[in-house]
Structures are given as C-alpha cells and as structure tokens.
Design a protein around this ligand. Structure first.
Ligand SMILES: [Mg+2]
Length: 220
C-alpha cells in the first residue's frame, strides 16, 4: 500500500486509483491533520519573529521580535515559504486524526488535499505516512473547489470536504455544491477566533466528534 500511495503524485494518478463505488473524504492537512500553527509559532521564534493570535490570519499577525514592528505582507509570505522548506516534515499530528481516519477508511477513501508548495509535496507525504496518515496527497494551489469537483466525480456519495479556511468552503460550495463540507479548526486557540464558515454544513473541531458525524453521514 505504501509504495502505491507514494507513487500517486498527480490528480490523474489519484483519480485512476479511486474506487468509483466508495465514498470520498477530501481532508486538508494544515490545522486539520497537522498542528500547523503550533509549529509555525516555534519556527518564527527561532528566526526572530513572533506570531500573535489576534485574529484568524497569518499575514498581519507576525511581528519582528527585536523592533516590535508588524511584518509586512512580503515578509510574511517569505517567512511562510521558508517555514515550509525548513519544517514541512517536522509538524506533529492533530490528536485523534490518525485513529479516526484509520477507522473511517473502512468505508471512505481518504485523499489529502493540501495547499503545500509543490516542491514540498513528497516530504509532506512521507511525513504524514510516518504519523500514521498514509494516504494519497494532492498538492493544490489556491482555491480547492475545482480539485474537489474532479475528485468527487470519480467516487461515490457522500463526498466530504474538510478544511479550516472559510474561503475554501465557499470555493467548494461554488464548484461542487453536492459535496458535504465540514469546517474544522484543530488549534484550540484559533477555533474561538472564527465562527463556523458560512458555506460549510457543520463545524466540528475534534476528530472523535468528526468520526461520529462522518459515520452517521453514511446512513443518512
Ligand atoms: Mg488548512
């Protein structure tokens, strides 16, 4: 299985290996499967910056530790690119994610749909596998609606999309409205900063609750 999963690197590869009769789980990585913000905070401190969780965004919440100045958009973008290069395979799993996905795999076929830079895709996949999350990984850029539509067209209902970012729920609602959309924010400090995404069907922030919901969805 591991070799087969490693060989799936493109949308075409992943679609060719989907089973049309099985329901689909499209799962985001950062802040759904992986503790992205917690690791980003540590990285930023190491390079002289600080993340202040004042709102649900990165750009605008990163400050230069020495001067106290807010980092501008270009600096934030550069820091996040460097974070992926340095840390993409050193991010811990969200509690309960591997166990829940393993159980859900009895009925669903998971695909990890992540906006990781393409150059980091293989490292992300290898890291997820070591965390017990050995599933196909598709590196997406920008909105996820078009990719969700293509993946869902190759699998059975229900097709489910799980992500922390509200604009991604709007994108999937626009491109693939039949997909069931779960808004999930793993970090307990971030969750309260953000209400349920308008275009998601439900908001859940822990994997045991999500597992129950997705199991119930199969019989509804
Ligand atoms: Mg995310």
């Amino acid at each position: 299985m591991a070799d087969l999963v490693t060989a799936m690197t493109t949308m075409e590869d992943i679609i060719a290996n989907l089973t049309p009769e099985r329901p689909l789980l499209m799962v985001d990585a950062d802040e759904v499967l992986l503790q992205f913000v917690a690791r980003l905070e540590r990285f930023l401190l190491d390079v002289g910056y600080e993340l202040r969780l004042e709102s649900f965004r990165l750009s605008g919440n990163i400050f230069d530790q020495a001067s106290g100045d807010r980092a501008d958009a270009a600096t934030c973008k550069g820091l996040i690119a460097r974070f992926f290069d340095d840390c993409v395979d050193d991010i811990g799993a969200v509690e309960g994610a591997a166990e829940a996905l393993a159980a859900l795999s009895e009925h669903y076929q998971p695909v990890i749909l992540t906006n990781v830079p393409k150059r980091c895709r293989a490292r992300r996949q290898a890291s997820l596998a070591t965390l017990g999350l050995d599933y196909p990984v598709l590196a997406n850029a920008g909105e996820k609606g078009p990719a969700a539509k293509r993946l869902a067209s190759a699998a059975a209902h229900p097709a489910v999309f799980i992500d922390d970012l509200p604009p991604q729920h709007a994108s999937v609602a626009a491109h693939a409205p039949h997909v069931h959309r779960v808004h999930f924010v793993a970090d307990p400090r971030l969750g309260p900063l953000l209400p349920k995404a308008e275009h998601a069907h439900i908001r859940l922030d822990d994997w045991p609750a999500l597992q129950l919901h997705l199991t119930d969805l199969l019989s509804s």
